[in-house]
Design a protein around this ligand. Sequence first.
Ligand code: SAH
Length: 221
Amino acid sequence: MIRVTEDTYFHKGLRKKLIDTLRSKGIKDEKVLDAINAVPRHYFLDQALVKIAYEDRAFPIDHGQTISQPYTVAFQSELLEIKKYDKVLEVGTGSAYQATVLGALGAQVFTIERQEGLFKEVKKYYPFKSKYPLIKFFFGDGYKGLPTYGPFDKIIITAGAPSLPEKLLEQLKPNGILVAPLGEGEQQIMTRYKKGPKGGVKIETFGEFSFVPMLQGVAGK
Ligand code: SAH
């Protein structure tokens, strides 16, 4: 993959249009819109896709995975109600675009990827190491979470899980929020779990989305 790492007025202009699109689709949280506006999405895609990087759609990245649609990234970020310095666990680093948007929202991000090749590529070429030093990358199985780094204020799953991984809910702090697309089929239901101060959980659902599957275990190159 060849990356472009220049953010010109052309790209900034396209990003402004994307923000208008996200607003028209119902994203209201100004902090989330600002964060999306702050992150050059074309840095996460092959140079061949630069001109269309700001269309509101998912794209293929290496290793058969995808970079999520901006609307989906905005929607999940909004549901997480991120506050500055929140400790956030992300399952499914992929391109690291969602992780970077969370970083731009001021979160400390712990993001985990099961595909070794993808993990290594992100570790090596991540373009915002110095801009967002609070984003940390891990190779492993997201079903296990990161028990030694938890508990977390927020947890986001960016792959379609058949059902809620119990270990992740255990790693969520009281008053924490977990957002995950859940379901067995092609489509998943965006689901939000809010843990109460004593551990009780409130569940809300937010319509259908389509993600690549959350798989068990890790995979080599
Ligand atoms: N958040 C990403 C989109 C990721 S696509 C972005 O912004 O680009 C989903 C990713 O989840 C894929 O890279 C896939 O390899 C990864 N994944 C699937 N199952 C996983 C698991 N059990 N643990 C960690 N990552 C997983």
